[in-house]
Ligand binder design. Structure first.
Ligand code: GLC
Ligand code: GLC
Length: 816
């Protein structure tokens, strides 16, 4: 069952009924000001940090779900009837409801008793504000007298404190209202130099800034007393809950339309120029007024919206494919790329499943995310790499997370997730291959943010490699530390106390628990480092990495091999995990994926065996589950993984993030049919028709789909912020379609289903536009062996870099 449809032409997903199984959200903003917005206008906004600079309130995990938002109300002043054109919060039965989630904007429209309205929400590029452009049209045959009310509830900035510290916060709220603009200035009197504002383009009949006055005692947002009576109270909030609402009266003849623009924004004043006049408590508004005045003009709004659309056309234009498979095309060309940009902006901080309060930027997560967006915003990727690397510890280890606002490592969680450092090598390698900008390797980057301990980025990478080599266990495999990619496999942290964190509880550095997964990851990273060192003519490092990779490969193929698949790990006591010897958790997806992606076993048949085992034991119609058999009880020595009921999350859920490794593995092994098959099992667009089962948004990947052992197999959770986005983009674009940046040029190496014919790709790469036509006869499963580049035949499949960038190159790639 569907709740809407894709509009590929406009790059939108159109939701046609408001009661989606879960709120289906979108993101506003792509620089510093952000918001999440649901299909019924729920959500909230923040500047730069969802915890420390939260503008508006939102109630997670509430009933009904999705409460708090950017709500407007319409009221028929002749009958007194009122409704929410976005359905929530009043939930009237609307005619023609639709929500168009586009790239960085959402348009929610509906009709109610002949009154049509459409609200466009977006953040203009370069600004720290959001626009709500409301258009109201009278479809009736008679004139209509209406009232339009806006509403938002201000958060007192620190979202965690706002949710907990009521004894203080009920007394701190302050606002100003001047010329119809509502300014929220809680704590501006003391250490804050920022405030929020809420402005309206139309003359107003009244306003409210006190929630209590607006809603009325004991009422909720579904029937505010002000809207019900049609009378704003011009309330000024003193403490309690400051909010903003404007009241605009609209008279419309038949067929007539009125446009009203609301602006919600964030502004910082210079510390020594906060007040105007000086020595008062009045906000200096001189600095912000020009911005407000500009965007209250329809023409400026229109222009900013066009600019936003052009911005996305530019970003998405870097990779465009026409394969004839709609699920492939729309995900690669639009939604998967978009989701990668959202993970760049949000990391794992703010979604419907991440409260914006708890988690910082993950060292591993942020490096992986890079793989998905580096081609779109290389300059910002460079900056991100340097930020991440500056949190690295001198040992080569890493804080597991860092705070986006301070860019410092997070001490509460600390380090000791032994896979973390290797991801930095992969992130940097992806950047180098995309851009060719080797100058980044010489940038001096601090360790642990201490500038006196700065070393070239290149040395950071060397220490990352060294970190693993310094921490090998009894079999010669990497020690796992607190966890590896699987945050929930905590082999050294035994927790018997309810509520304590599995990852940060007592860490028994036994020096025994080893990870086969890190073994595979290390080989991949060491191979990248071999190439990086080689291109730098650093023979010593090149040799060190080449040898280390070869040695680790041998170890993985022996101590890490179980006979039919790669083992997962050895525990604190040296006992094997992920082996036929175990009664539960016999086979795990991660080492199969990562070891094969690293190239292990591709030549000696181990990979083929492992892939067959995955297909037989782990693959389900909803994707490949994380392990089998699921853990049926709590295993103290395994950590968080077995805390989850069977089929959910790391305990045998389809952890989507891992699936692309198997797609890549199949593609590398030459099985294009197998690769695309896995790809389509979790492709959100391909799952659209089972939206009632999948439940999450059909336009983005979710972190997890419930596995076959769960009571709700196929049900997705934790949409949007997941490494799934980046890895699927890599799997489909670089390994299945096979358009892959390398240090020396663009590799064209598709691994396709037999039934496929020709397809075309446009790829902008290092300043040159490659127009690629892959020529393939249906039935063939071979690889590309020759290219015709601008009419000239070249053996092999590497499109070389032109002597001069900037032109367009036509390439035909022939599949044998
Ligand atoms: C979450 C984390 C990621 C981890 C994965 C598996 O997605 O963000 O870092 O690798 O779970 O535990
Ligand atoms: C929980 C989640 C896991 C996530 C981790 C982050 O353990 O289950 O997916 O990676 O938290 O700390």
């Amino acid at each position: 069952m569907r709740y809407g449809h894709f509009d590929d032409e406009r790059r939108e997903y159109v939701i046609t009924r408001p009661d989606t199984p879960l709120p289906w959200i979108n993101y506003l903003g792509c620089e510093a000001y952000f918001g999440i917005i649901s299909n019924t206008a729920g959500g909230y906004s923040f500047y730069a940090d969802a915890r420390l600079r939260r503008l508006t309130r939102y109630r997670y995990n509430n009933a009904p779900l999705d409460f708090g938002g950017r709500y407007v109300y319409l009221r028929d002043d002749e009958t007194g009837e009122f409704w929410s054109p976005s359905w929530q919060p009043t939930q009237n039965e609307l005619e023609d409801y639709s929500c168009r989630h586009g790239l960085g904007y959402s348009i929610i429209g509906s009709r109610y008793k002949g009154i049509r309205s459409e609200t466009l929400y977006f953040v203009p590029l370069g600004e720290n504000l959001e626009v709500w452009r409301v258009r109201v049209t009278n479809d009736r045959e008679t004139a209509a007298k209406l009232s339009l009310f806006s509403s938002i509830e201000f958060c007192l900035w620190e979202a965690q404190d706002d949710n907990t510290n009521f004894q203080r916060n009920y007394s701190t709220g302050e606002v100003e209202v001047v010329d119809g603009v509502i300014y929220h200035k809680t704590e501006y009197r003391e250490r804050r130099n920022h405030f929020a504002y809420f402005a309206c383009s139309a003359p107003q009949t009244g306003f409210d800034t006190s929630r209590d006055a607006f809603l009325g005692p004991y009422r909720s947002w579904d029937r505010p007393i002000v809207v019900e009576t049609g009378k704003s109270t011009d309330s000024i909030a003193h403490g309690w809950q400051p909010m903003g609402s404007h009241h605009v009266e609209i008279e419309l003849g038949p067929g007539e339309t009125r446009e009203v623009v609301f602006l919600l924004g964030y502004w910082e004043n210079p510390q020594d120029d906060k007040f105007d006049p000086p020595n008062t408590q009045t906000i200096n508004k001189r600095t912000v007024t020009p911005v407000i005045e500009k965007y209250l003009q329809s023409a400026a709004v229109e222009q900013a919206f066009d600019a936003l659309r052009d911005y996305w056309t530019g970003l998405l234009g870097i990779v465009q494919v026409q394969t004839g498979n709609e699920h492939v095309d729309r995900m690669v060309n639009i939604w998967n790329a978009y989701q990668c940009m959202v993970t760049f902006n949000m990391s794992r901080s703010a979604s419907l499943y991440e409260s914006g309060i708890g988690r910082g930027m993950g060292f591993r997560d942020s490096n992986q995310d890079l793989l998905g967006f580096v081609h779109m915003i290389p300059a910002r990727a460079r900056e991100r790499i340097l930020d991440i690397a500056a949190t690295q510890l001198a040992t080569g280890g890493a804080y597991h997370q860092y705070q986006p606002l301070t860019k410092r490592g997070n001490n509460d969680i600390g380090s000791g997730f032994n896979d973390d450092p290797a991801w930095l090598v992969l992130g940097v390698a992806a950047y180098l291959k995309e851009t060719g900008d080797t100058s980044i390797l010489d940038v001096l980057v601090p360790f642990d943010n201490d500038p006196s301990a700065a070393k070239p980025l290149y040395e950071h990478l060397q220490r990352s490699i060294g970190y693993t080599l310094d921490r090998l266990g009894p079999h010669g495999l990497p020690l796992i530390g607190r966890a590896d990619w699987n945050d929930c496999l905590n082999l050294n942290c035994f927790s018997e106390t309810p509520g304590e964190s599995f990852q940060t509880t007592e860490h028994k550095e036994g020096g025994v628990a080893e990870s086969v997964f890190i073994g595979g990851l290390f080989v991949l990273a060491a191979n990248e480092m071999t190439r990086i060192a080689g291109r730098r003519d650093d023979k010593v490092e090149e040799e060190r990495c080449r040898k280390a990779s070869a040695v680790m490969t041998k170890v993985v193929e022996s101590a890490g091999w179980d006979g039919n698949w790669f083992r997962r790990a050895y525990d604190f006591y040296g006992k094997v995990i992920g082996s036929a010897e175990n009664s539960e958790g016999q086979i795990f997806i991660e080492p199969q994926g990562m070891c094969i992606v690293a190239g292990i076993g591709l030549e000696n048949g181990l990979a083929t065996k492992a892939l067959a085992s995955v297909r037989e034991r782990l693959a389900t119609p909803h994707g490949i589950v994380l392990q089998q058999p699921a853990y049926s009880y709590y295993h103290l020595n395994l950590g968080e993984i077995s805390t989850y009921p069977e089929g959910y999350k790391e305990n045998a859920g389809v952890f989507c993030h891992t699936n692309p490794w198997l797609m890549m593995g199949e593609a590398m092994a030459g099985n294009g049919d197998g690769a695309l098959d896995y790809y389509l099992r979790i492709n959100p667009s391909a799952r659209e028709e089972i939206s009632e089962i999948h439940r999450c948004e059909p336009y983005v990947y979710a972190q997890m789909i419930a596995g076959k052992d769960a009571p709700t197999p196929g049900e997705a959770k934790n949409s949007w912020l997941s490494g799934t986005a980046a890895w699927n983009f890599v799997a489909i674009s670089q390994w299945i379609l096979g358009i892959r940046p390398e240090h020396g040029g663009l590799r064209i190496d598709p691994s396709l289903p037999a039934s496929w014919g020709d397809f075309t790709v446009t790829r902008k790469f290092r300043g040159t536009t490659y127009k690629i036509a892959v020529r393939k006869s249906a039935g063939s499963t071979g690889r590309v062996a020759r290219l015709v580049v601008d009419g000239r035949t070249i053996a092999g499949n590497l499109a070389p870099l032109p002597a001069q960038a900037g032109q367009t190159i036509e390439i035909e790639a022939f599949v044998q």
